[in-house]
Design a protein around this ligand. Structure first.
Ligand code: NAI
Length: 287
């Protein structure tokens, strides 16, 4: 893969699943990789060093360069520790793949605030903390590549994932603005909505479907997004099972009312307001 040679790239949650594939592929193409993983269970409980260590060993055994980090992305101190590892070991940081994640699925009616908080803390605050910690370094050097892991559950919704979907949609909101603020500093920010068979999806999708979704198929897409080759920013890419798509918000042509419409006016024109046949990509009217 062109464009990642010698780059220092942090991959959070790289001790297994998709993050491990990202780390292996980037290292195989000459990147210096920080393999971060808290090493806990799928629901975020527990911690350990063996997950990150085993991926680092795998990379080194193949002749690549990597260092392990075991901090949690969910705290400011943890994120600072991850960036410190990159700078202490490799002297720089050029890219970040914010990938760490947990699940606490539950129908909204029964979801506890603790379940909501845990998921938002790891995904949305985790993404925020790590981006916040790398941002000044990227700005200072006038170069950076950020990829956050979102999900089709954030973009489209999914039963039992109100906490996860809200956090994942929040990350799209984050990169939309980072793309705007980062451009003049050479910082690109994009989101990946992967589809892959990992421990996270092992009991969510049927085995026949999972068999068609090896996580290694997502890695080249993320590899491209953190490479010099990529010039796009603010895109949401859905990738899995050999398919790669871009998702974008579109806005209907809509209806322009003369003055303030009544509720009845809205009801009467609702079909036209929501008709997407002549829709165009949405833009922020105040941006
Ligand atoms: P995974 O469970 O195999 O990987 C997540 C990794 O994050 C684990 O190794 C875990 O130990 C680590 N982690 C959890 N909390 C952490 C924390 N606080 N600090 C540092 N590391 C932590 O799951 P998978 O599938 O590889 O997921 C990777 C990312 O992709 C996640 O953000 C997930 O939400 C997202 N995603 C995955 C999909 C899929 O089809 N597998 C679908 C949509 C999104």
């Amino acid at each position: 893969m062109p464009g990642v040679e010698d780059r220092v790239i942090i991959v959070t949650g790289a001790g297994g699943g998709l993050g491990r594939e990202y780390a292996l592929l980037l290292a195989a193409h000459g990147a210096r990789v920080v393999v971060n993983d808290l090493g806990g269970a799928r629901d975020g409980s527990g911690a350990g060093t063996s997950m990150a260590d085993s991926v680092v060993e795998e990379i080194r055994a193949a002749g690549g360069r990597a260092v392990a980090n075991y901090d949690s992305v969910a705290t400011e101190a943890g994120a600072a520790g991850i960036v410190r590892t990159a700078r202490d070991e490799f002297g720089a940081v050029h890219g970040l793949i914010s990938n760490a994640g947990i699940l606490r699925d539950k129908g909204f009616q029964n979801m506890t605030t603790a379940e909501w908080d845990a998921v938002v803390q790891v995904h949305l605050y985790g993404g925020y903390h790590v981006v916040k910690a790398v941002w000044p370094h990227l700005r200072e050097q006038g170069y950076g590549r950020i990829v956050v892991a979102t999900s089709t559950s954030g973009v489209y919704g999914n039963y039992g994932q109100s906490n996860y979907g809200a956090a994942k949609a929040g990350l799209v909101g984050l990169i939309n603005t980072l793309a705007i603020e980062g451009r003049k500093y050479g910082i690109l920010a994009n989101a990946i909505a992967p589809m892959a068979a990992t421990r996270m999806t092992s009991d969510i999708a049927p085995p026949e479907l999972l068999a068609k979704l090896p996580p290694a198929q997502v890695a080249p897409v993320v590899g491209y997004l953190v490479s010099d080759e990529c010039t796009d920013s603010g895109s949401v890419i859905v990738a899995g099972g050999g398919q790669v798509h871009r998702v974008q918000y579109f806005q209907s042509q809509g209806v322009a009312f003369d003055g303030t419409p009544t509720i009845d006016d809205i009801a009467e024109r609702w079909k036209d307001i929501t008709d997407m046949t002549a829709a165009q990509p949405g833009v922020n009217p105040v941006g």
